[in-house]
Design a protein. Structure first.
Length: 618
């Protein structure tokens, strides 16, 4: 696997895989602890110097590590969306609906209460600053799911198809409480600035808060100010990897700024700080991975074992140090509810357990099994999972180690990927931490117990896989509504290069019409702020040209006709040379509908779907 292939498979997310409810009332008092959750995107366990990285230093994160209780066997999903949904609901990804990083399968189920809704109903103020990635439209945006103050960007990274056109980490335009607004400065600095300003306001008003600070870094694309690259000091790095570590330098500096802020404002003592990352290693994999095999998207431990630091100086917790038993991201919501004295919703059905007894030093972690499974193809395959039990890992042998020398094995895995054939392997990470020796034939009793657990787990998950999570149009909360190809139901289309290249792809959106009325649909190839004709082209110019050059060039498409179909409406219209949109008007009744669009050439041959659709209930 060469460097470019690895970047696509790991750092950018999925290229290798492509072939509510009310809480029980609780009275919040100023003595209740604040909660700050820092979730870093695409940072691996081995990227921290406190975890033994010999080539890179993270002094401020190391200091947080030293003051925290650390879970050394903490596991998330191997990709960002599933981890985020699990964090916010305490429910496994295949049950909560947010199970992939593209298509409508990023959408969290409408009916599940989120952490923000539960804390808000308990009297906490709630804010989010950074990356969301579990739904870009109503009713799945952060402001729809319990967060009162939000500054965020859509989809998996800054600069995707769904993002504001031209965002490149510097002086970008983000969503602030439903309105697009430009912010000065580098993206990570903006998230930390906005979070600190908001936390200070809540403190001055003596209101407890839940602050969610999920950064888009160190996910690609890789941009940073040169002064941070100058501090990396790792020889012979490719440009993208050098920028990746420069982004980490900036992040660590921001952790230091945050710590100084918490000391100055007096927030440190009574704030529960949780630091974690959302999946395993990406660009840092080739530098240091703490002895683990696997990276983002993979079921090896290196794909889903991540840092978890928890600090609460006045919380009567055990002394800082390591806890070695199995824990998972679904544990954090029930843990926080217990620590903060908040009753869970009456119908709560968490897949995680509270870690409060372990944090208080009252109990050891119990012997438990857990399952890691997320969607990594359009079809969700039974047994495409990793079952964990103490040191045991029973997993589908689907993933390729870039250092694997056995070409015959690699060819076999690639064949099984195409046919969706499952083959299980068993590993013991105590005796074989890098998971090099498959011992499935040596421990039939262990395999039998783990398979029985998975069968029980799958029986609970499978009925929820078909629960719809449509985008709702016509509601006053989002009118007009902005659809992008990122949320097509049946086609993965996320990277901005797809737009620039004019990728010949099409898909449909599953929608729910909120109320009867006349709806206007504006079909576009480029977003409105790009101000470019449908058949024309535009380029993207970068503030930081180090990794990718000064710009990315677009291509024109010979589009001559637009067509749209929704419910019983089906119509076509010509596309002029200077047309930036084609508008259709349809009368719709309430209910679930499918929307599909087409851009055709002069001979009526399909080129692609409309990448962007603006919908307005008149």
């Amino acid at each position: 696997m060469n460097r470019r292939e690895f970047l696509k498979a790991a750092a950018m997310g999925t290229a290798a895989l492509l072939s509510g409810c009310a809480a029980q009332p609780a009275v919040a008092k100023t003595a209740h602890p604040n909660v700050l959750i820092i979730n870093i995107d695409d940072m691996g366990y081995g990227d921290l110097s406190c975890h033994g990285n010999p080539k890179f230093r993270t002094p401020h994160l190391d200091a947080l590590h030293a003051e925290s209780i650390r879970f050394t066997q903490f596991h998330v999903a191997p990709m960002c969306t599933p981890t985020r949904g699990q964090l916010l609901t305490g429910i496994d990804a295949l049950r909560n609906g947010a199970r992939w990083v593209g298509t409508e399968n990023t959408h969290l189920r409408h009916d599940l209460p989120t952490m923000a809704e539960i804390f808000r109903n308990a009297g906490y103020r709630t804010g989010l600053f950074g990356k969301w990635h579990i739904g870009d439209n109503y009713p799945m945006r952060p402001q729809d799911r319990g967060f009162e103050e939000v500054v965020w960007h859509p989809q998996q990274e800054v600069g995707t198809v769904a993002d504001y056109w031209g965002n490149d980490y510097f002086d970008d335009t983000y969503e602030h409480n439903g309105v697009r607004k430009q912010y000065n400065g580098y993206c990570t600095d903006v998230w930390f600035n906005e979070a600190m300003n908001w936390m200070q306001k809540q403190t001055q008003a003596k209101r407890p808060f839940l602050c969610f600070l999920p950064t888009n870094v160190v996910h690609g694309p890789y941009f940073v100010d040169q002064k941070y690259r100058d501090r990396v000091n790792i020889p012979n790095l490719p440009k993208e990897f050098e920028t990746f570590f420069g982004m980490l330098v900036n992040l660590d500096d921001n952790i230091g700024r945050l710590e100084a802020f918490m000391q100055k404002t007096g927030l440190k003592d009574n704030t529960i700080v949780i630091f974690m990352t959302d999946n395993g290693a990406t660009a840092g994999y080739h530098t240091y991975n703490a002895g683990m095999k696997g990276y983002k998207t993979q079921l090896w431990d290196g794909g889903h074992r991540v840092p978890l630091f928890i600090r609460w100086p006045k919380g009567n917790l055990r002394t800082p140090g390591d806890i070695h038993g199995l824990a998972q991201v679904q544990d954090l919501l029930p843990t926080l509810l217990e620590l903060c004295g908040i009753q869970p919703p009456a119908n709560a059905d968490f897949d995680g357990m509270s870690l409060a007894p372990q944090l208080r030093g009252q109990a050891e972690l119990p012997d438990r099994m857990m399952v890691i499974q997320f969607q990594r193809q359009m079809a969700i395959k039974k047994w495409d999972a990793c079952i964990l039990w103490g040191p045991w890992r029973l997993m589908n042998l689907y993933d390729i180690d870039p250092y694997e020398p056995d070409k015959e094995l690699i060819e076999d895995i690639q064949r099984r990927r195409k046919t969706y054939e499952v083959r299980l392997g068993l590993y013991n990470i105590d005796s074989d931490p890098r998971q090099d020796r498959n011992i499935i034939d040596e421990h039939p009793d262990v395999v039998e117990k783990m398979k029985a657990y998975y069968e029980q787990w799958w029986g609970k998950v499978e009925p929820t896989l078909s629960i719809p999570r449509p985008i709702i149009i016509g509601n006053d909360a989002e009118n007009p509504c902005f659809l992008t190809a990122c949320s097509w139901a049946n086609q993965y289309f996320v990277q901005i290069q797809n737009i620039m290249d004019g990728r010949r792809a099409n898909g449909f959106w599953n929608l729910r019409v909120d109320r009867a009325g006349t709806y206007e649909f504006a079909l576009c190839r480029w977003p409105k702020e790009a101000d470019t004709p449908i058949a024309g082209k535009t380029d993207l110019v970068y503030t930081d040209p180090y990794s990718y050059g000064s710009k990315r060039e677009g291509v024109a498409l010979p589009i001559a006709q637009a067509r749209m179909q929704i419910a019983d409406f089906d119509a076509a219209a010509p596309v002029g040379e200077n047309d930036r949109q084609v508008v259709f008007t349809a009368k719709l009744k309430p209910g679930d509908v499918k929307l599909q669009t087409w851009f055709n050439d002069a001979d009526g041959k399909e080129i692609c779907g409309a990448y962007y659709v603006y919908i307005t209930r008149k």
